[in-house]
Structures are given as C-alpha cells and as structure tokens.
Write a protein that binds this ligand. Structure first.
Ligand SMILES: Cc1cc2nc3c(=O)[nH]c(=O)nc-3n(C[C@H](O)[C@H](O)[C@H](O)COP(=O)(O)OP(=O)(O)OC[C@H]3O[C@@H](n4cnc5c(N)ncnc54)[C@H](O)[C@@H]3O)c2cc1C
Length: 462
C-alpha cells in the first residue's frame, strides 16, 4: 500500500491536535508490535483521538483518501492483530478511558473502549459487583477484550466476554456512527450485528462505547491446588469433577516445569512443586459453608482419581500467591526464550490427546513444548520454545510443528483459537480449518462492512 502524504498527516494532526499525532521516529517502538513481538510494522502515523466524533471524522477522511486504519487497545494481543502491517494510521484508544456509567438498577455499565480491565474490575468490585470476564492480562483494554472475544479463567462458570456484552457504539468504515443493542437483557430483533462485531478484531468497525453486564459479587472464594503423579491423570480428572455437578469458576492445569519458571520469574516460592503436574480449581459462593461443601466434593473426586494431596487456599493472600504465579506463566516463558504460541480449543474430554501429542512432537523435534491452560473449557495454550536452536533450524521446524498441531486440533473437533483470535499470525490456519465455503461467507461479511478494505487490512480474513 502507498505511504501517507505529508498533507494527509497534517490534516489528521490538526483534527486530533498536535499532542496526539505521532510520525516517524516519534512513534514509540511499542506501537510497532504486540505481545507476540514477532510481527512488526511501523505505521505512517499514530493517532490518539479523544472522542467518538474525532474517530468518525478520522474514518470519513481515511475512507475518502483510502488510508488503512488499524485500531490498538493496549497491544497485549498474541497474534499481531493490532500491528499496522499495511501501514497507514494506527488509532490508539488510550484516551478513551472513562467509565461512563454504572447503572445498579439495570446491573450494567457503560465504558469507553480504552478502559483498562484491571481498573474496571476494581471499580465494580468496590461496589459489590462483578464484571465476570477474567482474561489473564489485566492491562488489556475492555475494547481489545471485546474485539478478540477474550476468554480467561472464569469462562467455565461465567462464559467469555461475548456473554457479558449488551450493547456498543461503533464507527463504521465510512465514519457513520451506529448503536447496537443497549441496556437490555434480551434481544431477538433481526440479525445480531452486535455479535458479529464481538471478536471481529477491528476488521469491521471501531467500537467507541461498550455496555456490559454486571453481576452481584460472590462474597467468598477458595482455591484448591491439587498435585497429581502425571499430567494425564491431572487432565482426566476435569470431566469427572464436572460430572460431580459442581461448577468451579476456574480450572487450570499446569506442569512442574512452568511452575518453576514462574517462581524464578517472580522471585516468589510456589506453595508446592513436588509433583509432576497440578490442577488448580477455584470456587466462589456466598458463605464459607457453601464453599466447603462444594470443594470437599471436588477434593474427594481428585483423591479417588489418584491425586497425591489437596491443598486448600482459603485466605486471600494464599490464593493471590497461587494466582499470581499462574498469571505470570506467559511472561516467565518469554523471559526464558524466543517462542511461538498456539491457542487451540478442543472438547475438554480431548485435552489429554492434544497434550500427549505435544509431548510426541517435543520428542520428535527435540524442542521444548510447554502447555498449560484452561482445562475447564478445553482451551490449551501451547508454547514452542526456541531455546538454543539455530535460526535456520528454528525456521525449519516451527512451521512444521504449528501445522501438525493445528491438524491435530482439527482432528479432535477443535478450533484454531479459543480466545486470542486470528489476527495476522493464524490466518492460514483459519483457512485450513474453516474451508472455502465458510471463508467465502466470512469474506462477504467483511466486504459489506469494509468495501474498500481499509479496516485492519491483512487480518483475519483478508
Ligand atoms: C500475559 C498475557 C496473558 C493473556 N491472557 C489471556 C487470557 O487469559 N485470555 C484471553 O482471551 N487473552 C489473553 N491474552 C491476550 C490479550 O490480552 C487479549 O487478546 C486482549 O483481549 C487484547 O486486548 P488489548 O487491549 O491489548 O488489545 P490489542 O492487542 O491492542 O488489540 C487486539 C485486537 O482488537 C482490535 N481492537 C482493539 N480495540 C478496538 C476497538 N476499540 N475497536 C475495534 N477494534 C479494536 C485490534 O485492532 C486488534 O485486532 C493474554 C496476553 C498476555 C500478554
């Protein structure tokens, strides 16, 4: 694509104000990649608009001049989604960071897209309310979460981001502003454009306001850390726990190797690391008695299935220590080695097949492959680590391993991404997984919303 002209940049600089327009070397390096870090591109200019109206005017101009626009929240994505691979404008939502309303009567909140997840969770929790989506990276924006349909730890009980979005304001490719859904508890009014926008990764429009669902905050939580003699036994326990008719709000699996990496990264000891693998379960409820009854059932099931022990963390401090370590897994791996990631989701009864397959690949290619993830919803995060491999060997085996993993995921009735999205990095695997007919339908949708192909070009279906 062509570079933007100095006149075009100048027009936009005047539109957003000189403090909020960056070009050339003034563009922070952070704006040239996301947390995947391998996909890098320098936009022609970065804009930090302060209102929906400014975004609408930017889009009107970009549409007229045919300038690509890539939206960026916090850039914590893991598939290059917010990287301006076709140049043009990188539009940051950093200044759109206000919680506009918390409506306790309707149990909803209205927020701007640049609100940081952690800040929002803290605000509502102080009011005795819960915003249930809980993706691991708390510095992400709500807008980024919505546009990737982020999942996270609590998905097994509360669902993913999509399940908590009631409405949104969107600026379309030509600058027109539309409102979808609203403060309503149900909606059967025509095709759900709201659902189409959720998870669209900035390829259909720019979300400028979001209405989210809130719930009463459970008063108590308890966490069980359950060591098992093998990873297979750990994972196989998950469907059995759910057959016990109890619903944890998080079920994670992890191996000793990743626990040790997190300990080293955080400089804090984990409560136990004597076993090869662990299941981490969290329950929420309104009283200690209620919680005890439920986690006793889970503990009994685990012990019957060969668990070596069951550690109960019921104070906030002890729980924090465990969940901080879980939250640091990805950063701990990144600190150790260059790597690439896979975010396949399979039916939860098939997780052990997928994880066993990663062990076969590890053996075959003599490369470290570490997996952990949301055992409760079948979403496995698999990390292939370069360690000391030569660049040549790495470039040779990485695509082979990726391809084999995605083929296996497909065979196991899985999907390419459970929560991180497609972005730039996983496009070819989406094609292989969905096939021609579904991709044709997806591209037709893109064409309707973005006929000039300006919104986040080169991503998902384009
Ligand atoms: C340590 C770590 C842990 C993580 N854990 C999880 C997890 O548990 N679950 C999970 O789902 N993800 C997880 N992620 C991935 C990441 O945090 C999520 O994808 C998150 O939703 C991205 O939000 P962001 O604000 O950083 O968006 P960005 O990365 O900036 O953007 C993501 C996509 O959304 C688009 N976008 C952003 N804002 C808008 C907008 N206003 N309008 C239109 N398009 C927009 C961008 O163009 C891009 O395509 C993790 C990442 C890290 C680094």
């Amino acid at each position: 694509m062509r570079k933007m002209t100095p006149d075009e940049v100048e027009f936009l600089r005047l539109l957003v104000g000189p403090l909020y327009c960056f070009t050339g070397d003034d563009i922070s390096e952070d704006y040239c990649h996301d947390e995947l870090a391998q996909i890098k591109a320098h936009p022609d200019c970065v804009l930090e608009p302060g209102s929906t109206s400014e975004i609408a005017q930017i889009m009107q101009y970009a549409y007229q001049k045919e300038i690509p626009v890539t939206v960026r929240g916090s850039g914590t994505g893991l598939c290059g989604g917010s990287v301006a691979v076709s140049g043009g404008i990188l539009l940051s939502t950093a200044r759109l960071n206000k919680v506009l309303e918390i409506d306790e009567g309707n149990l909803v909140a209205r927020v701007q897209p640049g609100v940081i997840l952690l800040n929002f969770q803290e605000i509502v929790e102080k009011m005795g309310l819960l915003y249930a989506p809980d993706p691991g990276e708390k510095s992400a924006t709500i807008g980024g979460n919505v546009m990737t349909n982020a999942g996270g730890m609590r998905a097994i009980k509360y669902g993913v981001t999509r399940d908590h979005i009631l409405g949104m304001e969107v600026v379309l490719a030509d600058g027109e502003i539309i409102n979808l859904g609203g403060k309503i508890g149900k909606n059967s009014s025509g095709y759900s454009l709201l659902d189409l926008f959720i998870g669209s990764e900035g390829t259909l429009g720019i979300v400028t306001e979001i209405t989210v669902k809130l719930l009463p905050l459970p008063k108590k939580t308890a966490t069980l850390l359950v060591p098992f003699p093998s990873l297979n036994q750990t994972i196989k326990a998950v469907p059995e726990i759910l057959k016990g008719r109890i619903v944890p709000n998080a079920v994670e699996f992890m191996e000793k190797e990743i626990i040790e990496a997190a300990e080293k990264y955080l400089g804090k000891p984990f409560p136990d690391k004597s076993a090869p693998a662990y299941l981490l379960l969290r329950f929420d409820g309104n009283s200690k008695d209620e919680l005890e009854k439920v986690y006793d059932i889970a503990a009994r099931i685990c012990l019957d299935l060969g668990a070596l022990d069951v550690y109960v963390a019921d104070t906030l401090d002890r729980q924090q220590l465990i969940w901080d370590a879980r939250g640091a897994f990805l950063e701990a791996l990144k600190a150790m080695s260059e790597m690439d990631e896979v975010d396949i989701v399979v039916p939860r009864t098939k997780i052990s097949c997928l994880v066993n397959f990663t062990q076969e690949l590890r053996h075959k290619y003599q490369v470290r492959i570490v997996s952990f993830g949301h055992a409760g919803d079948g979403n496995v995060h698999i990390y292939i680590l370069r360690d000391n491999l030569s660049a040549e060997r790495w470039q040779q085996i990485l695509p082979e391993i990726m391809q084999k993993l995605y083929v296996k995921g497909h065979e196991l009735s899985g999907q390419v991404s459970g929560e991180h999205g497609i972005g730039f990095a996983k496009k070819e695997y989406l094609w292989q997984s969905l096939g021609q007919t579904q991709m044709r339908l997806q591209q037709a949708i893109k064409e309707v919303f973005d006929p000039k192909g300006l919104l986040n070009p080169g991503k998902v279906v384009s």
